[in-house]
Design a protein. Sequence first.
Length: 122
Amino acid sequence: MAWDSQRPVPWQRLIRDWLLYAAIMVVVLLFLRGGKVNLGTFLGLVASAPIFLVIGAVLAKFGYQRKTMKDLRSENEARQRAAKANGTAAGSGSSSANRAAPAPTRRTASGPNRPSNKQRRR
């Protein structure tokens, strides 16, 4: 997609995502450093906020929008409803039980080149 300056930027979502990232990173850094974390580590984490927000805003202007869990759930439910309407199993795209066996080829052991059980003499 092309850049669209009229496209909105979901600032609240970007800030919430960065806060979640920062919280997870604080826990990871505390765990990895055994509770000894200096001020530079936290300043580096805080410095990542503007970078995260700018990259997220640019991606939003290009049209990228990450799907929410609600969107993913609704797509999954719609797919399951469509599968039930078609009479297929909900989890499988194509049922392998209904497929016929492929025709034998020269590289399979069921065609005319089937190896014999006899031992060859040399």
